[in-house]
Write a protein of this length. Structure first.
Length: 559
């Protein structure tokens, strides 16, 4: 497919990036430490670390991993941490030691954590004490797993008095640390003190070396570790950086990150803004809207990321109207499709459009983005980043023409090396000529902008007609009395499948008849839901805030 998007690139955006600028993430990290030393790098719960302090602490942690634990190049280290100051220190320490980061969602259950540790072969794990009881159960269930365990408490990198008070509050007043007992653990702060007295040995790193095993459910629901090399990550940071930071100022930006750093979207953004010396505000619990909005009011935030559901929650919060948005430059939305009603409300409330982007774990993750100078939300995922090829394929792998819906496929230096120890799964997602099949259906328009119509696995086939859940959800969400909605396909003897919507109401008086009448005004007849289920509880979501259609679909098939 011709790269017609290049003709519509914003001024100053290059068609290609320079992959040779950094040999590894370690070089990129050290460059930021040297350039922005005394500037604030990360803040959390009122405490901050400068770039120099992060550089020093991550060096000490890297030395401890090498000498105190005896880890060697390529060994895997799991990080089971929420957004705390310890996360960037541990992350950069692992990478500087020449090791591989395995990000772990702190909300993982015992079976999920056991699988990840076993599959990755992690030699060590850094875990917040709040979640140590889960690790304890894993180690009891599977004695063959013997990772070095480094524990940390919420306030460990706060100033001394604040550290003591915070840790006492979390453990004894709030009682957020369930009892746990694991033999032979190390404490995070003790590891830093030990590492400060040890030598950090230089480990040669290149674009080919692995930086992350980033686990993803993929299309089958079975977790797979996407192998992301230093080259993949360096490339995508330069690609996204060239696009997002073009009109931003080095050392002047304030980036608020409410999404978990264990997710590739937030992780990438964290590293991109580190490259330009931004002050990153880490939100530990974005569901605490009072605390979240407190940060928005306290700091002159210039860049914000989030998913559609998070932006909607912000808009619905009573304190939202108290936020001054005059300093905001970029509000980026990714991780899931943005609903039109959310984008329109956001622009009306803040005066700024939502800049929607698109990516996936297997692409480090950035693939496309809308220009930052748009006036209104475009309803598309934008154009491919520099050095990125995107096309649309049919079932046989044939390239489709403009406007034709098919499976979106990607090629570029940010595309993963494959799935960890799964050559069969790797072969399934790559075409013979190197295109990564994304599992997302969509098309390209005449400007080179791409639009997602839905996930291939979520597509509903009703009486032979293809229905994409995104389209149904967008229409339903336009009703002012709808708080949340998910559309799924359920079995039907006559039609094969029919459309079902699961709805959380703003107004309990909203009826099925009212909602279906609304749908008939916005949807073709075959897309109008045949079944409506109202729920009083929020719909199931991932740690990123994405509604889990698969859980709803599985429950429906069991009914």
């Amino acid at each position: 497919m011709e790269q017609i998007w290049l003709k519509n690139y914003p001024p100053g955006i290059p068609a290609e990036i320079n992959m040779d600028e950094f040999a590894s993430l370690r070089d990129l990290l050290r460059s930021s430490g040297e350039l922005f030393g005394d500037l604030p790098a990360y803040s959390n719960m009122g405490a901050s670390l400068t770039y120099s302090e992060v550089d020093k602490a991550s060096r000490d942690f890297a030395a401890y991993l090498q000498n105190g634990l005896g880890l060697h190049k390529g060994d895997r280290v799991a990080l089971m941490l929420p957004n705390l100051l310890q996360y960037p220190v541990a992350l950069f320490g692992v990478l500087r030691a020449g090791l591989v980061v395995v990000n772990v969602n702190p909300q993982y259950t015992v079976p999920e954590l056991e699988f990840l540790l076993q599959d990755s072969g992690a030699s060590a794990i850094v875990v917040l004490e709040n979640f140590a009881h889960t690790l304890q159960e894993v180690l009891k269930r599977n004695p063959a797993l013997k990772p070095h365990v480094i524990t940390t408490e919420v306030g460990d990198l706060f100033p001394v008095v604040k550290e003591l008070l915070t840790n006492l509050m979390v453990k004894y007043i709030q009682k957020k640390v369930p009892p746990w007992e694991i033999a032979h653990t190390s404490e995070f702060n003790a590891a830093l003190r030990t590492g400060a007295e040890q030598t950090l040995h230089h480990v040669p790193l290149s674009h080919r070396d692995i930086a992350f095993l980033q686990y993803t459910g993929g299309t089958t629901g079975v977790a797979k570790g996407a192998v992301l090399t230093h080259g993949n990550m360096v490339a995508n940071l330069q690609q996204v950086g060239a696009w997002i930071t073009h009109d931003l100022q080095d050392g002047q930006e304030v980036f608020l990150c409410p999404l978990p750093l264990s997710h590739i979207y937030a992780l990438n953004a964290c590293l991109v803004f580190m490259m330009i010396g931004a002050h990153t505000l880490l939100v530990t619990n974005p569901s605490d809207m009072h605390g979240f909005i407190h940060d928005l009011k306290k700091y002159p935030v210039t860049v914000l990321i989030g998913v559609s559901t998070l932006y909607r929650d912000l808009l619905d919060a009573p304190e939202f109207s108290d936020v001054d948005w005059r300093t905001l430059k970029v509000a980026n939305a990714g991780g899931m499709p943005v609903q039109r009603v959310v984008a329109e409300r956001w622009k009306k409330a803040t005066g700024h459009p939502l800049i929607e982007s698109y990516g996936l774990t297997e692409t480090s993750p950035g693939v496309t983005c809308n220009p930052l100078n748009i006036v209104e939300w475009t309803g598309t995922i934008g154009m491919p980043f520099p050095s990125t090829q995107v096309t649309v394929l049919d079932e046989r792998g044939k390239e489709l023409s403009l406007g034709e819906v098919g499976e979106i496929a990607v090629r570029g230096p940010q595309v993963m090396a494959g799935y960890w120890n799964r050559p069969d799964e790797t072969a399934k997602v790559f075409t013979p000529d190197g295109w990564l099949r994304t599992g997302d259906m969509g098309f390209m328009d005449e400007r080179g902008y791409f639009k997602i119509t839905g996930r291939k696995k979520d597509m509903i086939v009703a009486s032979g007609f293809k229905v994409f859940p995104n389209q149904v959800e967008d229409a339903v969400a336009l009703h002012p009395d709808v708080a949340e909605v998910a559309a799924i396909g359920v079995p039907d003897e006559r039609s094969g499948e029919v459309v079902k919507i699961v709805v959380v109401r703003n107004d309990p008086t909203l009826t099925e008849q009212d909602l279906l009448a609304h749908c008939r005004k916005h949807l073709a007849a075959y897309k109008v839901p045949k079944i409506v289920e109202f729920r009083s509880e929020p719909l199931p979501k991932s740690s990123l805030g994405k509604i889990l259609r698969r859980q709803l679909r599985e429950a429906a098939y069991l009914e």
